[in-house]
Design a protein around this ligand. Sequence first.
Ligand SMILES: Nc1ncnc2c1ncn2[C@@H]1O[C@H](COP(=O)(O)OP(=O)(O)OP(=O)(O)O)[C@@H](O)[C@H]1O
Length: 755
Amino acid sequence: MNVYSSVCKEAGELPGYQELALKNRNAVLRESNVSPPESKPTKDIVDQESDDSIADEDDHIVIDPSFSFEFSGGALQAKINSAWNFSQVKSSFETNNQSNSKFSTLDEKIEKKRNENKIPNLEDEDVDVVDGNVESESEETSAADEANKIEQNGSDGQELSSDEDISDEEELAEADNDLEDTVRDKKAAEFFAPEQEIIEEQVETFTEMRLSRPILKGVAGLGFVKPTPIQANTIPLAMKGTDICGAAVTGSGKTAAFIIPILERLLFRPKDVATTRVLVLVPTRELGAQCHSVASNLGKFTDIQFSLCVGGLSTKVQELELRKRPDVVIATPGRLIDHIHNSPSFNLDSIEILIIDEADRILDDGFAAELNEIIRNCPKGRQTMLFSATMTDNVDDLIKLSLNRPVRLFVNSSTALTSRLTQEFIRIRSSKEQHKSAILASLCSRTYKTECIVFFKSKADAHMMKLVFGLLGIKAAELHGNLNQLERLEALESFRDRKVDFLLATDLASRGLDIAGIRTVINYDMPTNYSLYVHRVGRTARAGQAGRAVSLVTEQDRKVLKLAVKNAGAQSHIKNRVIPSSVILKFQKKIQDLKEKVKEISKEEYEEKVFKKTEMEINKGLNSIKHQDEILSRPKKEWFQSQDEKLQQKELGVRNHGASKKEKNNEEDSKNKLKRSPLDGLSRKKKRQRSQFLEEEKEQLKSQKFSVRSAKTSTKPKKVKQFADKINSKPSNGQSTRKKKSGSRFDAEVKGKRR
Ligand SMILES: Nc1ncnc2c1ncn2[C@@H]1O[C@H](COP(=O)(O)OP(=O)(O)OP(=O)(O)O)[C@@H](O)[C@H]1O
């Protein structure tokens, strides 16, 4: 039975629903170039056996009706199509892009160099191929062996001797953190709604949620049958107007969790005067475009109007759109503020619902000034909903949003990763960091050959690797802030449509992007904090699919590595991979041989850039002469921040990007440890005694609190969070992370969780 049959069965009682489902099915099949089956009497559709063959043919739109979500993984056991396309957004660029046509594209430049120099494709050569899906035992064993060898020959000796100090520091940090937690718990109890306000039962189907028919049609059109846990918990509460802080693992359907209830509420809006009632804030333009596309698809059968208001698109076009007062505006903070200040008829006075997606990122220092300005402009009585996979529940962060007793819907622990994710780590010793590009090239040509995102810390590295990959004959697109918006969207689409095998990206692509079927995420550079790691690796293993994250780990990245291993679920797989040095050397030589060609292409690009800039300046000058009167008569644009302020804030954002307050505090703490520690000046023995005392005191407090809580909970009905936690709870592996282990620390850290 395919998705439409299941939907029809679920919605069987709704009059006329079967006809709608039939039309809908045919529309989706047409879009997917699958001919709809011959028209049959409506009743037959429900049990049509022949539909199964269509299901087999087109796995983009058909899901296994027996799918279910795992709380631990938050994942679907079904394949489903990504619900976005950017054609609508891209059409607004077509007029601006003509001057580019006189230059060759980067791919053409690369191809020209390859042809001139007769560079062979990697496939044509005799490279020893390792099956990417099957973990090679020999590779794993040799990883451990190699690490042990390094230990024995003393190169890591210093590192081991510092173990003692590190565990002391860890103990103290833990004691500090525990105290902080107690204070935090108290604040949270006052700030958040009491837990009994959380819905008590899981909702099994969308129809049970009493959604209106046009919304159910939109939901069915995307192939959704059963709500995911975050949807089941969020939708009914959000429809009541409750403020929500929602967290669930990456790829678990948070977008629909907030879009569906707003659509349902908007269906019943007064329609006499067009009014913008809903504002969705997202941190990146791509995420905005994706969210706009998902919302438009879900609201396809309603008269609700959506507008996308993000940087990189024409301000003029947006201004005209905003003047029509669309019901829902999806915006990035900077562009939204630009409109608040400079589009005469636009303001946020009528906003009734504010949604902040990737809220922890937007609450981050990088967006602080902009967020304050937006909140200041929104009415106080609005409903506010915040979502992220790594949602903060730090009250200090949330207070500035003036939430009204929000309900916490943490469907999983905020650091959990889906159990379908395999994490692999490759140790890069400090003396070998210059081999990273060779390691990446070998991984991408021997092991993970398709559907793979590679994350870099800088735009320059991503671009350089695009040139190297191109010259090696590996099909890749780049995605970072040095590209214009059209190029960014095209890169995403060509990767989604499998025109290229690799997406070489900066953290621009780390949050929210939903591209179906990504098999592997490679961290060429490990992210600077664990939250960011969660978001990056969350681009794979989404919606029930399995996936793999491969990280190149240098000595500086040990902190994030440790957190990744510590937070991996009991069932998740952690592996240590080593690439034979002969292979690395081979690729190192290949890359070395391409160095000159890379330089030549870069020079060509630079000259082109200078030419374009000059041309643009000339055109600008000519225009200002031609339209002088009109330009002078325009009202002066008001900038919310000066260029310097913007830059400062951006740098702050980049530095802290994605770091939770606690992580940032921990980083600060460890920097200022000596200055700020209350145990400063004590001998090591005394420090131990003191922290043991603190530990005991904390334990006592905890157990008291626990008894009070369990007494209370025994009299209360079951709560969502408890239910999720119970399912999430993993058996302790009984292994202390502080125990000394044989082998290298890296090896031990990775192996710590390998079962
Ligand atoms: N009820 C559902 N049934 C089937 N598929 C669903 C359902 N809800 C969402 N999906 C699919 O799951 C995928 C992930 O959804 P979405 O992008 O909203 O996840 P997310 O939780 O916001 O992830 P991230 O934290 O990375 O932003 C999408 O492809 C979406 O179409």
